[in-house]
Each structure stands twice: as structure tokens, then as C-alpha cells.
Design a protein around this ligand. Structure first.
Ligand code: C2E
Ligand code: CA
Ligand code: CA
Ligand code: CA
Length: 279
């Protein structure tokens, strides 16, 4: 037993060291990517399905990795959250989204809402509101057209400090949206206390529309809850005409999903936008 224990130890150590080394490597790589501009934002159009017009977009981060190609967020955002790199990464995303809004404005595009995902870890930092204010000031973006998307997990403990920072963000002119609504575990009471303007119905519910009775029930309930609370709803992950029709008939106007467009790089987005405007 002693022998095998030693072997196991000898076997285990290098593997663990390797794992730690790989982690540190990835961390160093990601840190470098943030600093050297290897991150990209793609933009997914958000549509007013009643008029068919684009009113905004959601900024979604990608990592243009020198060897591994364009990496989707699920390949590095969780890692960024564990390592704390989500804070500089998130600031880069916010700044880039603000700069893009200004570029579009300068290029003469009609004003678009730009939604930015904010991780719970970013929100909880004491300096978050100050960071946002600084980025807005430095970029000259229009705060009325910047929307911060947060998930329910950020609200798990809606402390007075958290509520205060929400109020400060609204005072800066920003809009707040609750992402992935219905997938978290928090109570609904925060809807009363927080100045949220929009709810985003999670794609997992939209998926089963119109036939799945549970998804339909949850969607209808969300729409009427939002209406009664004076909030707007965005349905995400709309892929089919049937889903669009179902949502439209129940008064949900704002939609996002592959039916309209995938997330697009800046140039593709510009082309897509022109085609829409011409149509
Ligand atoms: P999310 O915020 O829920 O973003 C929506 C995701 O759904 C995007 O995936 C989008 O490409 C995908 N999607 C949109 N329409 C459809 C559809 O019709 N069908 C299907 N099947 N999928 C659709 P993406 O870009 O891979 O992002 C995944 C997640 O990564 C995001 O989920 C968000 O939680 C996170 N993320 C992305 N960018 C950022 C960021 O800048 N900061 C932070 N903290 N998280 C981010
Ligand atoms: Ca989102
Ligand atoms: Ca979402
Ligand atoms: Ca999601």
C-alpha cells in the first residue's frame, strides 16, 4: 500500500503541476489578450417585431486567439470569472461597446441601443459605478442608449449597497435589464426594489414555443408580470416564425435571435444594417 501510495503521489504531482501551469498560462494569455486588443465584440441585432425595425443590439465578446482561432465566450468567460480577469475584461467590453456606439453615430447611422453584459463580480465591486461613469465620460457615448444586462445571480443578495448602485447607474442615464429571466433562484421581490427597465426572457423558454405548455405558461406569465410592473420584455433566442408570431400576438415586441440575425462582426453588422434599411 505504501508503494502504491508513493506511486500515486509521484503520478499525481506532475499532473497537478501541469494543470496549475496550464491555468497560469491561460491566465497570462487572457491578460495579454485584454491588453493587446485580441478581444472582439460581435453585435446581435434586436428587433421591434411589430414594425420590423432594428432598435438596438447586444454586444457579445469573442477572443481572437492567435492559435486557436475565434473563441466563443463560454470558452473563456467562466475562466475570467474564476480568475478575476472578468473585471478588466468587462471594462474593455463596456469601453469598446461605447466607442462603437460613437463610431456608428459618427458614421451617420440612426441611434441604436447597445446592450452590454455585466458579470455579477463586476457589479459587486465598490468602484463599479465610478468605472462606468469614467468610461462614459472618456468615450462620449450616450448613456440613454447604453443598457447593462445583469443576470439574477447578481441579485441573489440585493443589499442596500447594491440597490444604491443601481439607482446611481440610472441617475447616470443608463438602462438596466435583467438577463436570462426565470433561470436563477432569486425571489421576485427584487423586481419591486430595483430600477429595472427590461426583462429578457431566456432562450430556454422561447425554445419550446408555441407547443410546449410549460414554456408557453412561463412566457405568458413573464409578459403579464412585466406589463403590470411597467417593464419591457425582450425575447431572446427567437429562431422560428412560429415563435415570433406567438410572442407578437401576446404583446412582446422586442426580439433577438437567429430568425433575424446571428451576432455579427462590426463590418457584417454595417452591411446587414444597410440591407435592412434598404428593404
Ligand atoms: P447571453 O447573454 O444569454 O447571450 C445570448 C447568447 O445566445 C449569445 O451566445 C448568442 O449568440 C446566443 N443566441 C442568440 N440568438 C440565438 C438563437 O436564436 N438561438 C441560439 N441557439 N442561440 C442564440 P454567445 O455570444 O455565445 O454568448 C454566450 C454567453 O456568454 C452570453 O449569454 C453571456 O452570458 C456571456 N457573455 C457574452 N459576452 C459577454 C461579456 O461581454 N461579458 C460577460 N460577463 N458575459 C458575456
Ligand atoms: Ca445577455
Ligand atoms: Ca440571455
Ligand atoms: Ca443565456
Amino acid at each position: 500500500a505504501k508503494e502504491s501510495g508513493r506511486n500515486a503521489y509521484r503520478f499525481f504531482l506532475p499532473e497537478m503541476t501541469q494543470r496549475v501551469t496550464r491555468r497560469l498560462q491561460t491566465e497570462a494569455e487572457l491578460r495579454k489578450a485584454i491588453e493587446s486588443g485580441d478581444l472582439r465584440l460581435h453585435y446581435q441585432p434586436q428587433i421591434d417585431a411589430a414594425s420590423g425595425r432594428v432598435y438596438g443590439c447586444e454586444a457579445l465578446v469573442r477572443w481572437q486567439h492567435p492559435e486557436r482561432g475565434l473563441l466563443p465566450p463560454d470558452r473563456f468567460v467562466p475562466f475570467a470569472e474564476q480568475s478575476g480577469l472578468i473585471v478588466p475584461l468587462g471594462e474593455w467590453v463596456l469601453r469598446e461597446a461605447c466607442l462603437q456606439q460613437v463610431r456608428w453615430r459618427d458614421a451617420g447611422l440612426p441611434p441604436l441601443d447597445v446592450a452590454v453584459n455585466i458579470s455579477a463580480l463586476q457589479f459587486r465591486r465598490r468602484d463599479f459605478v465610478a468605472t462606468v461613469a469614467r468610461v462614459l465620460g472618456e468615450t462620449g457615448a450616450d448613456p440613454a442608449r447604453i443598457e447593462l444586462e445583469i443576470t439574477e445571480s447578481a441579485l441573489m443578495d440585493a443589499t442596500p449597497e447594491l440597490v444604491a448602485s443601481f439607482d446611481q447607474l440610472v441617475a447616470l442615464g443608463l438602462t438596466l435589464a435583467l438577463d436570462d429571466f426565470g433561470t436563477g433562484y432569486s425571489s421576485l421581490s427584487y423586481l419591486k426594489r430595483l430600477p429595472l427597465r427590461r426583462l429578457k426572457i431566456d432562450r430556454s423558454f422561447v425554445d419550446g414555443l408555441p407547443d410546449n405548455p410549460e414554456d408557453a405558461a412561463i412566457t405568458s406569465a413573464t409578459l403579464s408580470l412585466a406589463r403590470d410592473l411597467g417593464m419591457e420584455v425582450v425575447a431572446e433566442g427567437v429562431e422560428t416564425e412560429d415563435q415570433r408570431g406567438y410572442l407578437c400576438k401576446r404583446g412582446c415586441r422586442a426580439m433577438q435571435g437567429y430568425l433575424f440575425s446571428r451576432p455579427l462582426g462590426v463590418e457584417e453588422f454595417g452591411t446587414w444594417f444597410e440591407e435592412q434599411a434598404a428593404a
